[in-house]
Design a protein around this ligand. Sequence first.
Ligand code: BT5
Length: 327
Amino acid sequence: MSTLQHILRALRKSGDTGIHGTAISETLGISRTAVWSHIEELRSLGFGIDAEPHSGYRMTSIPDVLLGDDIRSQLPPDILLGRDIRIFRETASTNQLVDQMGLNGENEGLAVFAESQTHGRGRLGRKWISPQNKGLWFSVLLRPPLRPPEMTQLTVIAATALTRAIRQVTDLKPDIKWPNDILINGRKVAGVLTEMSAEPDRVLHAVLGIGVDVNLEETDFPPELHSIATSLRLESGAPVMRSTLAVRLLEALDQDYKRILKGEFEAVAEEWESQCITLGKHVRIHQMDRTFEGYAESLDSEGALMIRNPTGHLERVTGGDVTFKKD
Ligand code: BT5
């Protein structure tokens, strides 16, 4: 753990009581001047830190910026997803960046966040709008022991992790829409883009990309998205601290990924099914080359949607967009 992470953790732990510079310097084996210069660094990043002769340093406010040391200092030491966090002010697409990092041999668990993306992407070459400092736009590098058809499991864990984290940080009740949308009151608040580099029966690396509309206001969305997209801020009526959501999200992803590694995908799938608004409905599936209808019955062991078509036949669907039939 870096010195800055130790100091942030100590400040958070001491809360309103505060912590003396001497206590920090003794624990970390650094001079009080070094502690002071780290405190100055944190102040320059926007942290409010009071210094008083008796009580020492006390954190009074936290800025809404993403800082790798700050997020890491709030995560358990043994976390896998998020053990290495890198933050960029701007990038084309974090999925693209992390894919490149995967090809360069980076280790599993690296999480890359961008404060904004110029070419954020959705599925099938669609665009994902990612305005500066308003959301969580990030990708995690995974090297899962899964076969390519099982990759849908990663989208499923991302969706369950997203709903858990959103419920922990707000009073909102998010729904999952198969395969990769998180909705609140019928509007999209987050999306997942899972991409992989694979051989026919082996995944070399996977990139789990997540976009969450955290503090976007109406004007941050282009007009064509006004009726279909929303943000946590718009829905809850109050801004949400992005770093806190990032921490809860990485913890939840880590828990669910470890459940998959232990062969417990079924348990994650059950949680997913309980929040999925697609199941139990008559739906229309839109794929690149065809559109068809049926009744969304269940999720199979690889995360595919099982659709009962009008002739009674059960069809396995691994990709596409869903709309609800109004009958
Ligand atoms: C998705 O695609 O929902 C996947 C989104 C993944 C974004 C993350 S951000 C970090 C990482 N790096 C990337 O480059 N991507 C990932 P899809 O289901 O195809 O939905 C795309 C559609 O959602 C668009 O065609 C728009 O209609 C809509 N959309 C675009 N931006 C949006 C936003 N910020 N919020 C809600 N809806 C949006």
